[in-house]
Design a protein around this ligand. Structure first.
Ligand code: C2E
Ligand code: MG
Ligand code: MG
Length: 744
């Protein structure tokens, strides 16, 4: 059979073969070509000059694939039948304009050239291309023999197969992956990487991927590349530029690879964490900023202060020559705005204040929200205390310009405490503690002002602290007592108060300190309020007073006071368990609710607004009576007064004093108001019979004051009612007499 095999050209030219033999030879050649291990192609140049013309090279651009064997498909990584019809130049490495077209397709003569073929995944493989022209004059058989020794070629094939498997693996991986040549050109990209950059695979292949790295991150990326090329995996967080101009943060990991196809290089993955990073940045921002105003919060403020207080010298602020100044601003009457205009308006006011403060300070200064209606400003480069005070004044002045909300202008004022950091301030807490002292000094001095923390203020704050500790001990040791001041009907009072009916007594707390003497109740209450002790003090007085009322019943019968008045502090009124506490004391002692009257102040009522009124309503529903104390000294809206569940109004002592100074107007108005609202008008601080007469003429129904009796211990009241002893207030003291208690 093999003797029959002769070259097809001879068969054809000799004309010795039958058509059946020719077909057999053709089939055999085709099968051999199909099975050949060398990649084979048959190409056609439709417009090639016919045989017989002058021999010349045919331009490769015009050649198209007619047929290719399996090995050729493998080499070019093309699917079955994909190559047919393709221009041959598209299978070659792109040739620059200055590179000569390889002269392979020649009429009547074989041609050969070293070229690189381009596989479907972008790999370039060097081959020896040999062309055998066919007798048709338009077709050539091309063999593409990969260059290298058989061992090299086998290795290359293995690498190719490996690469194909790798490519198949990463192609649809969600992780953006690239294969880069050592020269940083992209040899392979997967879909995820194309999506990441918003570019087509064909636009990316063969280009330098580092062109897509953000300029700032380029040095870091090149460092990673250097390490990867040195054989070590490397990684970094960098930004890549998308085709639409956006930047994406990626975690770039490079691992070295070497493949016979493209030599040394590396595989890179670029995991996009832009969204996670943005989320983390948002969280980090939230953790250090106030949600409402966007200002740095306490955490950020303390960090900023720490950085200013802990300079390289490692010492205190002064040691480092720093002159940090801290300004603590507490808005005055913010609660009133919140309660009267609503929380939304309150919020907008805080935002406006934040903006105002930010607009006043210099670059580098910190404006932060400490919480609620408190702001802290930290400034640098303040040389001395007078300048620090001026900084505080300037901030307050800008706040005093007011704020406009929905076309309504609101006045803004603040109590401002200023501290300039010195040697004594080692931590932010030291500075803030002094700011706090200064701010309370400004508050005590009447608000809407700026104060510094000087030695006197610091001593005062220290004494307050000591007093608080002592009060706590006194409370626990049962050293507080209660005294009772009679409240009389104005008609009876004139005829000898001790024998007539006693409508009420006001319970007043007393603390006789072993060293300090009698601590003024105002100071005691203020200290207890400031340090969370007021609930305990208030409960103690309430229990004592309710229990005492019943003990007097037993001892005095008809002479016993009909009711006890107990003062409620603003903080007690804000407490959600006030009503339960009162109910529990009434239940424990057995005092009928209508024999208890709670005295509240206007300011206290304004502080917790609606909640406070609701509590009073519940108390009133239980039968407890309510008196509005010190009326006329606070701010209450007259319209609101009508809606409050009140039984009596207590005209403040200051208006009673004005009576004897020839100014009866306020006392008269207050008594008139009480009567027109159907409330009992009680006058406090009556010290003279002239005042008493005037009050009676103005229509006051009850009176209380030193003219009749001072506050006394429970047993003294028994003696007084039995006529066994003059009341501590008798004979009446002149108004200018010293206060009844030492140390006030
Ligand atoms: P307040 O409730 O207005 O009590 C009346 C104050 O006026 C008492 O002072 C009383 O001693 C004083 N006073 C009575 N008559 C006269 C007078 O004719 N002339 C003068 N100059 N003063 C008179 P005190 O006991 O010093 O109490 C002062 C304030 O301390 C009270 O004012 C009340 O606000 C508060 N306070 C006293 N005890 C308690 C208590 O148990 N709880 C609460 N939350 N506050 C209390
Ligand atoms: Mg009172
Ligand atoms: Mg009062």
């Amino acid at each position: 059979m093999s003797a029959e095999v002769v070259p097809l050209s001879l068969v054809a030219t000799a004309g010795r073969a039958t058509p059946a033999q020719e077909r057999l030879v053709m089939r055999t050649l085709l099968d051999a070509g199909l099975a050949a291990s060398d990649p084979l192609l048959v190409v056609e140049v439709p417009s090639a000059p016919r045989r017989g013309r002058r021999a010349s090279a045919v331009p490769l651009e015009q050649a198209r694939v007619l047929w290719a064997n399996r090995s050729c498909h493998d080499l070019l990584r093309a699917g079955a039948g994909e190559l047919v019809g393709r221009p041959v130049v598209r299978l070659l490495a792109p040739l620059g304009p200055d590179q000569l077209q390889p002269q392979v397709l020649r009429r009547g003569r074989p041609g050969r050239s070293h070229v690189e073929v381009l596989t479907a995944d972008g790999t370039l493989v060097p081959v020896l291309m040999q062309a055998l022209p066919a007798s048709t004059g338009r077709t050539w058989a091309l063999s593409l023999a990969p260059v290298g020794t058989p061992a090299e070629r086998a290795a290359q094939q293995r690498a190719g197969a490996q690469e194909r498997r790798f490519a198949a693996l990463v192609e649809h991986s969600p992780v953006p992956t690239i294969i880069s040549e050592a020269g940083l050109r992209l040899a392979h990209v997967n879909d995820a990487f194309c999506d990441l950059l918003g570019e087509a695979q064909s636009d990316l292949l063969g280009t330098a991927w580092v062109d897509r790295v953000a300029d700032d991150d380029l040095p870091a990326v090149l460092e990673c590349v250097e390490r990867a090329l040195g054989g070590a995996p490397s990684a970094g967080e960098v930004r890549l530029r998308r085709s639409d101009g956006q930047q994406r943060w990626v975690h770039l990991r490079l691992s070295p690879t070497a493949s016979p196809g493209h030599g040394a290089g590396f595989v890179g993955t670029a995991e996009d964490f832009t969204d996670r990073r943005a989320f983390e940045e948002r969280l980090a921002h939230q953790a250090r900023h106030d949600a409402l105003t966007g200002l740095p919060n306490r955490t950020a403020l303390v960090e900023a202060m720490t950085a200013r207080l802990a300079p390289a010298a490692g010492g205190s602020a002064a040691a480092a020559g720093s002159s940090m100044t801290c300004v603590f601003l507490d808005l005055d009457n913010f609660k009133v705005i919140n309660d009267s205009l609503g929380h939304d308006a309150g919020d907008r006011l805080l935002v406006a204040v934040a903006e105002r403060l930010r607009s006043v300070v210099r670059a580098g200064d910190v404006v932060s929200r400490w919480g609620g209606d408190e702001f802290v400003v930290v400034c640098d480069g303040v040389p001395d205390e007078p300048t620090a005070l001026a900084v505080g004044e300037q901030l307050l002045d800008r706040l005093r310009e007011g704020v406009e909300l929905d076309g309504v202008r609101l006045d803004v004022a603040a109590s401002v405490g200023v501290t300039r950091a010195t040697d004594r301030h080692r931590t932010p807490d030291d500075v803030l503690a002094d700011c706090d002292i200064a701010m309370y000094r400004a508050k005590r001095a009447g608000r809407d002002r700026v104060a510094l923390c000087d030695e006197a203020a610091r001593t005062h704050a220290h004494e307050r602290l000591v007093l608080t500790l002592e009060l706590r001990e006194a409370l626990a040791a049962g050293h507080l007592t209660v005294e009772y001041q009679p409240v009389l009907d104005v008609a009876d009072a004139a005829d000898g108060p001790e024998r007539c009916a006693l409508p009420a007594v006001e319970a007043l707390v007393r603390w006789r300190h072993p060293q300090r003497g009698l601590v003024p109740p105002d100071l005691l209450v203020e200290t207890a309020e400031a340090n969370g002790l007021i609930d305990a003090v208030g409960l103690f007085v309430l229990r004592e007073a309710c229990g005492q009322a019943l003990r007097w019943d037993a001892e005095l019968g008809d002479l016993a006071p009909r009711a006890v008045n107990v003062n409620l502090s603003a903080i007690q009124l804000c407490s959600p368990h006030l009503v339960d506490d009162v109910a529990a004391v009434l239940a424990q002692t057995g005092l009928p609710p209508e024999r208890l009257c709670l005295e509240v102040t206007e300011t206290a009522l304004m502080q917790d607004g609606d909640a406070a009124s609701a509590r009073l309503l519940r108390l009133r529903a239980m039968g407890v009576r309510i008196a509005l104390d010190d009326f006329g000294t606070g701010y209450s809206s007259l319209a609101r007064l009508r809606t409050l569940p009140l039984d009596s109004l207590k005209v403040d002592r200051s208006f009673v004093l004005e009576l004897s100074q020839g100014h009866p107007q306020v006392a008269s108005a207050v008594i008139g108001l009480a009567r027109s609202l159907g409330l009992v008008a009680v006058a406090e601080g009556v010290e003279s019979s002239e005042q008493a007469a005037a009050l009676r003429a103005l229509g006051a129904q009850q009176v209380q004051g030193w003219l009749y009796a001072r506050a006394m211990a429970a047993q003294e009241l028994v003696a007084w009612r039995r006529g066994e002893q003059h009341p501590p207030g008798q004979p009446p003291q002149p108004p200018q007499a010293p206060e009844e208690h030492a140390g006030s």
